[in-house]
Design a protein around this ligand. Structure first.
Ligand code: SF4
Ligand code: SF4
Ligand code: SF4
Length: 360
């Protein structure tokens, strides 16, 4: 329905959605992310096109290298990751992850073409739990079959990143970008992080450490909700601030968008506890759709993975089992997408109905 200009009574001109410009702190973060991605791209280029394999790969196989005492590039990567998790919580997600960069790129392109997908708060985040299982299965299987030492060598020697992405620079870019384009269009900003990434479950556990710096209240919050609307991770920032004086949601990746946008400059990223007592202690958390705690999620995923490996080796062929797991995951994601689409359409129709009745 076309709206009318209140002054002239003529149909109002369609307003172009305003482009979100990064604030100062978020800008710094985006630069750090971009520099990191340039380094990773150079690493891949040098591996595939210049043949510089001796530097080693950058991947989670470094955990295995650390376990067997081999200090290669992957081990350095994992060591830095562990230290950042212990000291800063999910800093890696905001400042170092390749998929973080691809999602920023996706958002930027969507903004340029005027497309603003709605951020959907959904129970689909439980999909992360399901994905963890087939993701870890091959790792545990390899450890069991060939032993830890051989596994670390084989994984580290094959290619620079991980075994599940195309082995060219352009192929990898296309692979990641296509994932983030589709998911962002369906579920809104940072959909991959919020709904799919299995590592988020592991990273979230570090968010409970008491010394991890957080976004804190700095001056009195006026409850305008601007921060909540701007948060790319769908965190109820205003709710957390009013309730506890700090952002305690383990989904926070320290992107600093909320700190930048607060109109009263009421937020800061700090180690120190703030001096503002909770303003609305009785307020219920909004947007917390998942009924499970992250610890429960994680324990369940670990148990399921161990059980899966056992089942794979005892009952059927490993590859059959792995294929079936991925089949179930893809089916599950499709099912959730259809449900989301239906819910979204029902909501839109309800809105249109209300608008129609109001205009009568
Ligand atoms: S949640 Fe996963 S994909 Fe998102 S930034 Fe963190 S590690 Fe990367
Ligand atoms: S709460 Fe603030 S810092 Fe954390 S993810 Fe949301 S906008 Fe970024
Ligand atoms: S933007 Fe600032 S003032 Fe507004 S709700 Fe968030 S913290 Fe409070």
């Amino acid at each position: 329905m076309r709206t009318l200009n209140q002054n002239s009574g003529r149909p109002a001109a369609k307003r172009k959605p305003r482009r979100r410009k990064p604030g100062r702190l978020n800008h710094v973060r985006l630069w750090i992310l971009a520099i990191g991605m340039a380094a990773v791209s150079f690493h891949m280029y040098s591996w595939y096109y210049l043949g510089w394999n001796s530097i080693g790969k950058l991947s989670f196989s470094g955990f295995t290298s650390l376990l067997v005492g081999h200090f290669n590039m992957a081990a350095v990567f994992c060591l830095v990751l562990i230290i950042s998790l212990i000291l800063g919580g999910r800093l890696f997600c905001g400042y170092g992850c390749k998929l973080s960069a691809f999602q920023e790129l996706t958002e930027w392109i969507y903004q340029r073409i005027g497309f603003r997908p709605q951020l959907v708060h959904t129970r689909a985040r439980m999909v992360r739990l399901l994905i963890l299982v087939p993701y870890l299965l091959p790792v545990l299987y390899t450890w069991q079959e060939v032993g830890l030492t051989t596994a670390y060598y084989d994984l580290g020697a094959v290619e620079p990143w991980t075994a599940d992405i195309p082995q060219t620079v352009l192929g990898s870019v296309f692979y990641f970008a296509s994932i983030t384009f589709v998911l962002t269009a369906l579920f809104g900003r940072r959909a991959f992080c919020r709904l799919i990434c299995p590592f988020a479950l592991f990273f979230q556990t570090f968010e409970h450490l008491p010394w991890v710096p957080r976004v804190q209240q700095r001056s009195r919050c006026i409850g305008c909700d601007v921060c909540t609307k701007a948060c790319p991770m769908g965190v109820d920032v205003a709710g957390d601030i009013l309730r506890t004086g700090a952002v305690k949601d383990p989904e926070c990746i320290r992107c600093m968008v909320c700190v930048d946008v607060c109109p009263v400059k009421g937020l800061q990223y700090s180690l120190k506890r703030n001096n503002f007592p909770a303003q609305q202690p009785a307020m219920e958390p909004r947007f917390r759709e998942s009924a499970f705690s992250v610890w429960f999620d994680f324990s369940l995923a670990t148990l399921a993975t161990i059980g899966g490996v056992w089942a794979a080796t005892q009952i059927t062929g490993f590859h059959v089992f792995l294929g079936a797991s991925w089949g179930l995951i893809v089916g599950g994601i499709g099912w959730v997408a259809v449900r989301q689409f239906k819910a979204h359409r029902a909501k839109r129709m309800a809105h249109e109905q209300v608008a129609k009745e109001a205009s009568k």
